[in-house]
Design a protein around this ligand. Structure first.
Ligand SMILES: [Zn+2]
Length: 513
């Protein structure tokens, strides 16, 4: 069996996609889960892009012990040096640097000749190796590059000290046979390729990201990159859980193993979905909520006689197991704590106690507390930073005055005093948003908003996720409550608070790679 290293870029390529902004606590929580999931490398961010990214990468590098932590840097001295400061605390400091190699990118974006591009790549790898034991170099837009130019530049960066060579299909243009052939060509023509890791990085613009990734593995890739749930720029990246499960189920064919702890798949997927606010389509392979549901009568009949008639993956394989024990009003502290541990949470005593208080409050109003409810409740405690909220909802009253939905909202202001405002709209939610806009002292545009049920039943928690622009900068927020109007108001305030607490998001440098 060949060993394929899994390189996760959920926190870099995934996080930079539209509408996602994770705070440091949330990134740390995802990184811890990725470590449990068994990924070889975690790309934690782009340290030079903003102080917030720097801080998150540094904390992740200092915390994670069983996965290598890396950060992205352009071929710029200050990017590489800033990255070193962020990553030096890691167990094996690793840097990911890149430059574009396609004619269109070199000419229009970089305005450089191919010779100049080789020179810059070599210089940046040499500089990176002064600090980092592990340096990955990527040929941005590799699949639209001249393949003999790729051979030339890769020869040079390997000589300069690169330890991994990544061949990204940056724009999601390649087909599996072409992409596989490129890996074969590089394996056969690059000097010293056997001494370095060869990596695939695919985007899903044509729906081929996972297929291309697997084609690369068949043709010599020893590392593959992607994100959880396939999130990312545009149509997203290769979904790592799909790659890992394909390698496992078809190990007879691929003869490769990823080291991924498959029973952590469901939890990893749910955590990323919850914290990023990116919902998983129900029919998504491996982790979609219908991935194991059999509707047709013929299938159901076959499944009852022998599950293997129609089931190639079991829910147990990916850790999708419902627990029999349901917690409720009479469940004590001990039952609650042990379930939290069983569900994979490691919370401080202080956070466990706060979660237990929230649980008791919910149990007073909801008969059965499901694992989904607990997941929301415990995750919220886990990622709460303990920072003081900038704005805080104190009271929300909705009336239908002469049939017009009217909201009266009291908010604790940044100054500490309470302020009340009133406003209306054509619906209750609009009335709330209109009123809150008066209170938060800025111009707000709603870009996306949705409410979904966390578990089943009429007393289920409703989770509101909102994406808005506040004084010109986009931000997202979320909140779960039995009262969806309150959840919506709190999600709105959460988004505004995040933007105020992370003002540097505005100056963040964007890269596509
Ligand atoms: Zn990418």
């Amino acid at each position: 069996m060949a060993k394929i290293d899994i390189f996760d870029t959920t926190l870099r390529d995934g996080e930079q996609s539209a509408g996602i902004n994770l705070n440091t606590q949330e990134k740390l929580e995802i990184a811890r889960q990725l470590e449990k999931f068994g990924v070889s490398i975690i790309e934690a961010g782009f340290p030079a892009s903003s102080p917030g990214d720097f801080n998150a990468v540094q904390q992740i590098a200092n915390t994670v012990k069983n996965s290598v932590v890396t950060g992205l840097a352009r071929s710029i001295k200050s990017d590489i040096e800033t990255s070193w400061e962020a990553l030096r605390g890691g167990v094996q400091p690793h840097l990911h640097t890149f430059i574009a190699t396609s004619p269109i990118h070199m000419q229009y974006k970089l305005n450089k000749t191919p010779e100049q591009v080789i020179e810059i790549a070599v210089e940046s790898v040499k500089l990176a190796r002064k600090y980092f034991p592990l340096v990955q170099w990527s040929a941005e837009d590799a699949t639209r590059s001249d393949k003999d130019f790729l051979v030339r530049i890769i020869n040079e960066v390997i000589k300069a000290g690169a330890t991994t060579i990544n061949i990204p299909d940056t724009v999601g243009y390649a087909t599996p046979i072409e992409y596989g052939a490129l890996f074969r060509y590089l394996s056969e023509n690059v000097t010293g390729i056997e001494k370095v890791k060869l990596s695939a990085h695919c985007h899903d613009d044509l729906g081929l990201a996972v297929s291309n990734t697997l084609a690369a593995i068949e043709n010599g890739a020893t590392q593959v990159e992607g994100t959880i749930n396939g999130i990312g720029e545009r149509a997203g990246n290769a979904a790592l859980e799909e790659v890992a499960v394909a390698l496992h189920i078809r190990s007879d064919y691929y003869q490769a193993e990823s080291g991924i702890v498959l029973k952590e798949t469901k939890r990893t997927s749910q955590l990323v979905s919850k914290l990023t606010g990116v919902v998983i389509q129900p029919n998504k392979a491996v982790v979609g909520k219908n991935a194991f549901a059999h509707e047709s009568g013929i299938h159901q009949d076959g499944m009852l006689k022998n599950p293997e008639t129609y089931e190639i993956i079991t829910p147990e394989l990916i850790g999708d197991v419902a627990t029999e024990l349901v917690l409720g009003k009479h469940s004590g502290r001990h039952a609650f704590f042990s379930r939290a541990v069983q569900m994979g949470f490691q919370l401080s005593d202080e956070k466990l106690n706060a979660a237990f208080t929230a649980f008791k409050k919910l149990a007073d109003r909801k008969k059965e507390i499901s694992d989904e409810d607990l997941f929301v409740l415990l995750t919220d405690q886990q990622v709460s930073s303990g920072e003081v909220e900038v704005y805080e909802l104190e009271e929300l009253v909705i009336n239908y005055e002469n049939n017009v939905p009217t909201a009266s909202i009291t908010v604790k202001m940044p100054t500490g005093e309470s302020t009340t405002a009133k406003g209306n709209g054509s619906g209750a939610v609009e009335a709330i948003f209109n009123t809150l806009e008066k209170l938060v002292n800025g111009e707000v545009r709603i870009l996306d908003y949705r409410v979904s049920s966390v578990s089943k039943g009429r007393d289920a928690l409703g989770e509101a996720v909102i994406n808005l622009s506040y004084n010109g900068a986009t931000s997202s927020g979320r909140n779960a409550s039995q009262d969806v109007l309150k959840a919506s108001a709190r999600a709105y305030i959460n988004a505004v608070n995040r933007q105020l607490m992370n003002a540097h998001f505005k100056e963040r440098v964007a890269v596509i790679q």
